[in-house]
Ligand binder design. Structure first.
Ligand code: ASP
Length: 430
């Protein structure tokens, strides 16, 4: 009997989770144990396993990848292409969001600002308190932490940018030391990397069960009722994310990378579904790397640089969401934003999407910064909290998808031939 492919298994788990979550809710019990607690246990176990892999996988993969590229020109070219890709796609995503939110105007109902109608019953004091005082200073802080004072505490705190920066330096300077040390270092780190990929492979087998737990918990806890009053906002974000991930990125894959977008979707399915379930690009990173290397055929040399960096700084879905959310809140408060203010929103969405952590609900902090910059009160964020979690699931998938498209496109531009083979002949590079 042929075994069902992993992405089908995950998809089925997702559907079962939606059913189980909505039937169980938060209170139903079995032998005195709440189903909700069981979902939580399963999901957390899977999430922990993914998080456990991040530090050793990211460090070893970057070191091996960069040492493989060697210092100097090749590294500079890869870096330049990667940054151009990140900046371009994030900006495109934000502009799509801006166009949609101006067209649909979800914050205006029957010609009136929607603030009163929407109410803010869901304001979560804790969330608002945690954002108190967030401003441009926090942005600077994010970039300051890029150069960590203590690499061990950066790893312990999950400060990815600092970790990436140190690993890049380590890999780069490994190529500058003498034999036999250079070779023994390379063998050591490559060995660690291979082991980490094997463990990832193993953890991935549990994805259907983990995804079931994570999604059942969200459905049981949130339900779908919360979405109704914010339907316009909700669908505006979804429409933007859909245009970006079903039209813009596939067009780039096809025309710039010369590969079939459909093949790429298929290759990335397990990672995308995991991103959807975990709402965290960082937790999904091990699977993203596994899928991009093993299923899409991108070399470790490219993926080890593009993906960890992408998970941290390239967040198209997040950037789009920040823009739509800030504009929506301004509309709901009856504040007309002129060109300069809309430009500020775009710019801040771009910069903060680079800086926000790749964890659930991280966008909220960025939105707080944007609201401050355009003169809106912090509590205004209460308007969107009810739908944030579900939209987080969607935007995180788009974040991960964009990283993976970047890896494929850059690999193809570098002349890699084994990427998603059987490319359409008309699009393949001559
Ligand atoms: N959850 C997102 C991610 O990890 C970040 C965000 O938009 O909140 O990619």
């Amino acid at each position: 009997m042929t075994k069902l492919k992993l992405h089908w298994q995950i998809l089925i788990a997702l559907l079962l989770a939606a059913i189980a979550g909505s039937v169980a809710g938060t209170d139903a019990t079995l032998f005195g144990v709440r189903w909700y607690a069981v979902f939580d246990f399963i999901g957390t176990l899977f999430l922990n396993a993914l998080k456990m892999l991040i530090v050793p996988l990211v460090v070893s993969s970057i070191i091996v990848g960069i040492a493989g590229i060697g210092g100097g020109g090749a590294f500079g070219r890869l870096g330049a292409k990667t940054l151009i890709y990140y900046a371009t796609t994030s900006l495109l995503a934000i502009l799509i969001g801006l166009a949609i939110v101006n067209m649909t105007a979800p914050g205006i109902i029957d010609g009136q600002p929607a603030k009163e109608r929407l109410g803010m019953a869901q304001v979560n004091e804790e969330v608002v308190a945690s954002m108190e005082g967030k401003g441009a200073g926090d942005l600077v802080g994010i970039f300051l932490r890029m150069v960590p004072t203590n690499i061990v505490s950066a790893a312990a705190d999950g400060q990815m940018l600092g970790l990436i920066f140190f690993s890049l330096l380590f890999g780069f300077f490994m190529t500058k030391i003498e034999e036999p040390y250079a070779e023994s270092q390379y063998k050591l780190w490559n060995g660690i990397f291979q082991v980490m990929m094997k463990i990832t492979d193993w953890v991935m087998k549990f994805a259907p069960i983990g995804v079931f737990g994570l999604v059942a918990k969200v459905v049981a806890g949130t339900g779908f009722a919360a979405i109704a009053p914010l339907a316009w906002f909700f669908f505006s974000v979804l429409a933007g994310l859909a245009i970006h991930s079903l039209l813009v990125l596939p067009a780039l894959l096809y025309f710039v990378g010369g590969v079939s977008p459909l093949r790429h979707y298929r290759a990335m399915a397990p990672a995308l579904l995991t991103a959807f379930s975990t709402s965290s690009s960082a937790a999904t990173l091990p699977l993203t790397m596994e899928c991009v290397e093993k299923r899409a055929g991108v070399s470790n040399r490219t993926s080890s640089f593009v993906l960890p960096l992408g998970a941290t700084v390239n967040m198209d879905g997040t950037a789009l969401y920040e823009c739509v959310a800030a504009m929506f809140i301004a509309q709901a408060y009856g504040i007309e934003l002129g060109f300069v203010q809309q430009f500020t929103v775009v710019l801040l969405a771009l910069v903060t999407s680079i800086g926000v952590a790749a964890i659930p609900s991280a966008s909220l902090v960025a939105i707080a910064i944007i609201l401050g910059a355009i003169g809106l009160p912090l509590e205004a964020i209460g308007l969107i909290l009810a739908v944030d979690r579900v939209l987080d699931m969607c935007r995180t998938s788009v974040n991960v998808f964009s990283d993976s498209c970047g890896a494929v496109i850059i690999a193809r531009l570098d002349g890699e031939e084994n990427v998603l083979p059987d490319t359409p002949p008309s699009a393949a590079k001559g």
